[in-house]
Design a protein. Sequence first.
Length: 277
Amino acid sequence: TRPTISCVAWQPNSSKTLSVGCSTGVFVWEVISQKSSSLPSRTTFHATPGPVTSLSYTPDGRQCLVTTRSRLLVFDCVVGEEGMAIRSVTAPAFILMSPSYCFSMLADGQRFHILRGITEGCETFTRLQAPVHCAAWSPSGSHLLFALADSPLVLMLEIYSPQEVNSKISAQTAVLIDLHKTLAYNEEENWTIEGMSMDDKGQRLAVLARDSSTSLSKVFLFGLTLLSSSVFELEVVAEKMGAAHILYQHKPKQGAMLCVCCDNGDVNFIPDATLPS
């Protein structure tokens, strides 16, 4: 039986290493094709003490953070050491490291934490109405976009914090996108956000949404201006049954390429996922 895929992440500074979290641990896939491919043949497997709920790389790609239902683990990607538990968490847990190294977001149960780096300092914000289902950091680490389970809303957390370690983190949360309003909501449709990913310039947000009434998934592309909290230019770039995860793969020469992973293990690339000028 093929393990259920729960999360995916590209290793930074690598054009082909894709890590996949599942019910038994973490698979590291070597993706060769830049078009559409099924499960690659070259894989490495790391077992975890329980199903993986999320994973996120540090910006240099040297460490991979992994959450299970009860632990936050750190894997050393350079020497290949197995995961070391550094924190207890409450299910369902979600971890995401910011590209700037400044902060990590850790949500466990219905609590929401902002960490400095991986472990130093911690600010816990208001109790959430539901667990965090997916999230995306801005390149600078000043904005965190996230969606709760079974919700059509993209929420934005703007973080205000001096760089001193002992300084207090403050933040303000607002609704950035309401899919029901954006899509001229039809009462027969029930859209919920399943995934999101931001490009490395913080100008585009890809959102994977699923209509529970039909099980159809769509990938929406939004233009962003985070400083003014504005959203513009909506475009549907993919419609696919079984789409489960989306993420940008960042390449120095080719820019951001949008990757769509499906329930059956297919990996599809959308190289032209850009907004019209």
